[in-house]
Design a protein around this ligand. Structure first.
Ligand SMILES: [Zn+2]
Length: 305
């Protein structure tokens, strides 16, 4: 190629690229489907009051609606009370017995990453990975869960996170069959190596390639579902100083290549919000102040731009 042609192409390239890209941060809340308590709702409310402009992605769980003697209106009201106007609804599934059975799927009790005997009164199965089920069974429980949320007045979710980050290709194909566009189950495994040894081992063949800096990518074998890795992990396993360290890694990457967009995923659980949401809040205060002071473009998003 002649020098002149190369120069023209480079000039065009520069013109077509935005001058500055952004570091995008996604904050998510995983709703485990175990219980909803006033102290955790209060913690989420406090988080919303401080960070109301952030579009939090709530991975809601339909298993609250399949517990024995459930008061549907009350559960829906409690869930809705945690959602701000800017917030977005996604779907979280743990293979609870009540949920699988309600979805017309035969419950399996093994394997289970929660060690020790588990009572099925009122429910069990939180630690059974979705990977224990076949694609058709997964399709059923995903469809049932999404339909249940819609029946209770929530928007139909298009983003998903698997319980224990246990999403294999079967899960992703079942998501694609239900018109989901994003899977947020990808995990930076190093973070949970000590605290969740079973999940750490069981995700070896799923997420060994994910690091702090892994960016969203396309899963062609699941109808181009977009994999959005939980690269900043969840607050139960991630103190504020470690979240801030991940952010600083991204700042260095952005400084090296300010034309690229970067996406970070942090989060906490509804069931432990009273204990751990403060870690996310603490990290966000530092990150927001540092971005303003150092002129680092920062945005908060539910989905990658
Ligand atoms: Zn979960």
């Amino acid at each position: 190629m002649k020098t002149r042609t190369v120069l023209i192409m480079l000039t065009l390239f520069n013109v077509c690229q935005p001058a500055f890209a952004e570091i995008q941060i996604n904050i998510s809340v995983d709703w485990e489907g175990r219980s909803i308590t006033a102290n955790n709702l209060r913690a989420i409310e406090a988080f919303n009051q401080e960070f109301g402009k952030i579009p939090v992605l709530h991975f809601l769980n339909a298993a609250y609606f399949t517990k024995p003697d459930v008061n549907f209106a009350q559960v829906a009201r409690e869930m809705r009370s945690a959602l701000d106007a800017n917030d977005v609804v996604g779907l979280h599934i743990h293979a609870w017995k009540s949920l699988m059975t309600s979805a017309g799927v035969e419950y399996r009790n093994t394997p289970n990453w929660n060690s020790g005997a588990e009572s099925c009164d009122p429910d069990c199965g939180h630690g059974v990975p979705l990977t224990a089920y076949a694609t058709e069974e997964l399709q059923k429980v995903i469809r049932y869960s999404a339909d249940t949320l819609v029946q209770q007045g929530f928007p139909r979710p298009i983003a998903f996170r698997a319980g224990g980050w246990m999403a294999n290709l079967n899960v992703m194909q079942a998501l694609a069959a239900n018109k989901f566009r994003y899977d947020y189950s990808g995990l930076n495994r190093d973070v949970i190596r000590g605290s969740q040894p079973e999940i750490y081992r069981w995700t070896a063949n799923l997420w060994s390639h994910i690091t702090n800096l892994t960016q969203p990518y396309v899963i062609e074998a699941a109808a181009n579902l977009i994999e959005v890795p939980n690269n900043g992990c969840l607050a139960d396993y991630m103190p504020a100083r470690k979240m801030i360290a991940v952010w600083e890694e991204y700042v260095r990457a952005w400084q090296a290549n300010p034309r690229a967009d970067y996406f970070i995923s942090f989060g906490f659980h509804q069931e432990t919000a009273a204990v751990y949401s403060s870690r996310v809040a603490e990290a966000l205060r530092v990150i927001i102040a540092a971005a303003a002071q150092r002129h680092i473009p920062l945005s908060f998003v539910a989905y990658p731009k």
